[in-house]
Structure formats: structure tokens, C-alpha cells
Design a protein around this ligand. Structure first.
Ligand code: ADP
Length: 382
């Protein structure tokens, strides 16, 4: 493995339909002028304007401008490789500004090529070659995601894979307190169903690093949520703000529940029942002139609707495939407590009420949106 090569070999890119994800390896063993500079610039991107006045030049504020953010909490030091992995994302449509930044900071001089996944590997190929002389080398999307997951799960990281406990009190419990980590370096996860929730959803059966098959998908994904969010809550310009607001939302004024229809739980034959709190129809109450001016309620309903639908498709595919572990990834889950909780709770409910098969387990990964970029990066060094 070449961990100390030129700068291009220390980058991985995933340019998706909504977000561009960048992974950058900062080697302590073979630092070079360019990689040192790259790390410096990338680390600076995560800082606010007051911490890093230069950031103003590139429009680093979150509101509608260049950057998403550098994910400081995802950055880790790898003892064996002796270096830091940095993670950064920004909106794909800002690619021209990203290329200008690379050119202005002269970071491209010893980069010939970057392994890149996602549609942007094709869409932005000419931009990179004309302005930076860099060749974007396209790599297969699902293959790199699986590669990235397999590789990261073999690292001695204790807090990558988690499942969520029962939700007891939505207002008082934080995400961390409900998260139970699994040591993935000793318990390998194969086979599992991978549900990658990006702009759209891909569902993949994964039996090993090189053995996987796309089995299903859905066009009702993170992009659907974000698009509807912009239409219904135009004041909410930031994804993190939207997902945080949703946590306190009460969508009972919008969604029609089993209780609204039956006055309580609905008893099914065989002693099973549909709980009164179960949503029977999302947004149906808005059809009766329900309250459409409560952003938190709207956001809660939107996230729940998208997450529950994906969970149901994931459940059915897991049953068809006879696989009990379901791993959810993709940036729709990024800092999205409501989505994770809805998926975890719903998965428990559907497997408990289904009469056949074993309990299915919904698992979440901390680097959820970065496996494509990480897998692309690994193409350079393996
Ligand atoms: P893609 O590769 O299709 O861009 P991602 O895995 O990056 O997919 O996920 C994109 C989704 O992540 C968006 O549709 C949205 O739901 C969510 N998301 C998370 N952070 C942001 C952000 N800062 N801006 C827009 N969407 C975001």
C-alpha cells in the first residue's frame, strides 16, 4: 500500500446529486509541502469567519453559500497508518468555487488524478482537467461504498456501528444516550442489507467486500425531503437546522393516526394490534385544513414520512433476502436524530408484528455519508 504517495493519492471524492464529499489523508510519516498546505486549508474550512477571516473570501458561511462544513467530529487518527483522516462536504453545485479555491491556493501542483465516484466524476471532469490539469478517474458507486464500509469496520474504531435503544422520552433523551455501539472489528457484519439514503435510495445485498448486488431502491429519499422542506418551510435554509427543529416537532396536527380513525388501538386477528399512535396517513389532516404554519411539525412529519417509507422497503427486502442485519448510510441521516429514531423504532415494530422470520436489526454508521469518498480514496492505496 502506498500511503505516502503524491497528494492525489491522499484524496478521495464522491460528487453526488446533492453533496460532494471529500476524504483527505494527512500522513505524519511522509508530510509534503502540498499535503501540509491541503490539510491546513481544509482544516480552515471548518472554522467560522471570526476564527478564520480568510474564509470570508470563499463564502464559507453556511447560509446558502459555499460550504457545508468540515466534519471535525468524524476526523480520526489511524495508529497503524500514522495519519489523520479528514472529512468535508459541500454542495455539488458549488464545484466551480471549490476548483477556484484549489487553484488560488495552488494545491493542485502535485495532483495528477483523483479517484472519484458519483455522477460528478463525469459531469465535472472537464472542469478539473481544464482548470487544474487533474484527471477525475470514475469508480463504480456501490463498489466503493461497500469497499469503504468494509475497510473502516476492520479498523480498531470502537464507535462506528451502533443500534438505537427504545425511545423513552423524546424531549429529554439525547441521541448519544440511546446509541449502543458494536465492536465491528471482531463481529463482522456480513451478510447485511445496505440502505444508502442519499438524494435517492439504493438497497444492496452485501455478502463480502467484493460480493454485493443492488436489489432495490427508491426515488423517495433525502432529496425528496430536502426539496419538500424548501417548498414548505422556505425560511429553513440549512439541513442541520431543519433536522434539529424536527426533534421538537409535534406532527399530530398534520398526520392522521390509527387513534384518529378508531378512537384507540386497532385490534387485529391473532391478538396483534395496530397502536393508536401509528400514523395511518401522513399529512392527511392538512387536507382537513390542519395547521400548515408550524415548521417544526412539518419537518417532523416530512422526515418521519420519508424515513418510515424507506424502513418499510428495507424491511421487505431483508425478508426477501433472508438477511437480518440492515445497515443504513447516506447523508440524509447526517445529524438527523428523528430519521434514525423513526427507522429504529419502526424496524422493531414491523419485525415484532410480522409473523415470520427473525428480529431484524437496524444499524447506523457514524461516517454515514462518506463511504463512497473513502472507498474512492482506497483505490489509490490498495
Ligand atoms: P448524494 O450522493 O445523492 O448527494 P448524500 O448521501 O450526500 O447523497 O445525501 C444527500 C442528502 O443528504 C440530501 O438529499 C439531504 O437530505 C441530506 N443533507 C445532509 N446535509 C445536507 C446539506 N448540508 N445540504 C443539503 N442536503 C443535505
Amino acid at each position: 500500500a502506498d500511503w505516502g504517495g503524491h497528494s492525489g493519492s491522499r484524496l478521495g471524492l464522491d460528487i453526488g446529486g446533492t453533496l460532494a464529499k471529500l476524504v483527505f489523508f494527512e500522513s505524519e510519516v511522509c508530510p509534503s509541502w502540498c499535503t501540509g498546505r491541503f490539510a491546513e486549508v481544509i482544516k480552515g474550512l471548518g472554522k467560522s469567519k471570526s476564527e478564520n477571516p480568510a474564509s470570508a473570501d470563499y463564502g464559507f458561511s453556511r447560509q446558502g453559500s459555499f460550504w457545508g462544513e468540515q466534519e471535525n467530529e468524524l476526523c480520526f487518527y489511524d495508529e497503524e497508518l500514522q495519519g489523520y483522516f479528514h472529512f468535508l462536504c459541500f454542495r455539488s453545485e458549488q464545484m466551480e468555487r471549490f476548483v477556484s479555491l484549489i487553484a488560488a491556493q495552488e494545491l493542485h501542483h502535485d495532483i495528477d488524478e483523483i479517484f472519484t465516484t458519483g455522477g460528478g466524476a463525469y459531469k465535472y471532469a472537464a472542469l478539473f482537467s481544464e482548470h487544474l490539469g487533474i484527471t477525475l478517474k470514475p469508480v463504480d458507486e456501490l463498489g466503493v461504498v461497500v469497499k469503504g464500509i468494509s475497510w473502516l469496520l476492520k479498523r480498531p474504531i470502537s464507535d462506528e456501528v451502533c443500534w438505537l435503544g427504545e425511545e423513552e422520552n423524546r424531549t429529554n433523551k439525547t441521541f448519544e444516550s440511546e446509541c449502543h455501539f458494536i465492536d465491528s472489528s471482531t463481529n463482522h457484519l456480513f451478510p447485511f442489507i445496505l440502505v444508502n439514503i442519499g438524494s435517492g435510495v439504493s438497497i444492496v445485498r452485501v455478502d463480502g467486500t467484493d460480493k454485493f448486488e443492488r436489489v432495490s431502491g427508491s426515488a423517495l429519499g433525502g432529496g425528496t425531503f430536502w426539496g419538500l422542506c424548501n417548498l414548505l418551510c422556505p425560511d429553513c435554509k440549512d439541513f442541520s437546522e431543519a433536522s434539529c427543529k424536527a426533534v421538537d416537532g409535534d406532527s399530530s396536527s398534520l398526520n392522521l393516526t390509527v387513534e384518529d380513525i378508531y378512537g384507540g388501538d386497532y385490534e387485529l386477528e391473532g391478538g396483534r394490534k395496530l397502536p393508536g399512535s401509528l400514523v395511518a396517513s401522513f399529512f392527511a389532516k392538512a387536507g382537513r385544513g390542519g395547521n400548515l404554519h408550524d415548521d417544526a411539525a412539518l419537518l417532523h412529519a416530512l422526515i418521519t414520512m420519508v424515513s418510515q417509507n424507506i424502513c418499510q422497503i428495507a424491511f421487505l427486502n431483508s425478508r426477501i433476502q433472508g438477511v437480518t442485519k440492515i445497515v443504513f448510510t447516506g447523508n440524509f441521516l447526517r445529524q438527523n436524530q428523528v430519521a434514525r429514531q423513526v427507522i429504529a423504532t419502526n424496524m422493531r415494530r414491523v419485525t415484532a408484528t410480522s409473523q415470520q422470520g427473525k428480529q431484524l436489526q437496524a444499524l447506523f454508521l457514524q461516517h454515514e455519508g462518506y463511504f463512497g469518498a473513502l472507498g474512492s480514496f482506497l483505490h489509490n492505496v490498495e
